[in-house]
Design a protein around this ligand. Sequence first.
Ligand code: HMG
Ligand code: MG
Length: 297
Amino acid sequence: MLPERIKLVEVSPRDGLQNEAQTIAVKDKLALIHGLQAAGVKHIEVTGFVSPKWVPQLADASAVCAGIQPAAGVHYSALTPNLKGLDAAIAAGIKEVAVFTAASESFNQKNINCSIDESFARFAPVLEKAQAHDMQVRGYVSCVLGCPYEGEIDPKVVAQVAHRLHQMGCYEVSLGDTIGTGTPQKAAHMFSLCAEQIPTAQLALHFHDTYGQALANIHACLPLGAAVIDASVAGLGGCPYARGASGNVSTENVVYMLHGMGIETGIDLAQLIQVGQQISSVLGRSTNSQVAQAFSG
Ligand code: HMG
Ligand code: MG
């Protein structure tokens, strides 16, 4: 019932760093990206082409992309909320982009300044142009297990929004527990409703770890066919428009659990831990990953 292999999507250069108040040098972001690929990570979300007024930390998106030394077999992606972002991503040589909406109207207004329906109207030309450029487009649904403004979210609404993204051409739909309030049974129920609409191989789990539930929530979705997991080294992350939300599930913890279950990731855990230590020292704090702490302690 369990997959032999999991596709891990590393989101630390984007989700992990987008909420940091301190300026992080482009060279440090590049060291993170290059360290991740050297550790065997094949899918890296490197930045977001979003408004620098909304997310100042990612104002260097083009410079980051320009500095990447591509490695064979590694896919580099970036967030693009609109055509302006897509055009910048194309100019930067990015081949995979992600659009992002939510299952909560209130969160969408705070995060991308539009309703759910308006977000789809914005995405239509983004998908059309991206496809014309042979680019792959991923779709994110935020607030799948709770919203910082609306509280409980109906999982049927999550499945509807995910289905719309898939129908409009997103090759993969990432289900974001933005504020990490989910618990295993709710996560499994939400995932199974989405899986009624979209093949499980095209669904990704994007769980933040605010309440320490992310690994348990992932574990609950694995027997249901989940095969793609978003994670962030050292457990970095958080959304500037979801107050109190902490980092993504740490990649080290996910890799440790999967390898322990006999599931392949292609990632060298020892090397990954070093990458997490390096970026944590740049940020001047200790890692959020218990696995990294245990190995280094
Ligand atoms: P807006 O203010 O409604 O847009 O923002 P606008 O079209 O009126 O433009 C306002 C200004 O931004 C203009 O500049 C535009 O040119 C500029 P001005 O004329 O004032 O000088 N602008 C841009 N600049 C660069 N790149 C662009 C871009 N677009 C407009 N792409 C907008 C709407 C969507 C742009 C804004 O709300 C935005 O950028 N939001 C992004 C918020 C964000 O990045 N949040 C974090 C990522 S989502 C997340 O973390 C959740 C996730 O991890 C999953 C989960 O955990 O749930 C994915
Ligand atoms: Mg996120």
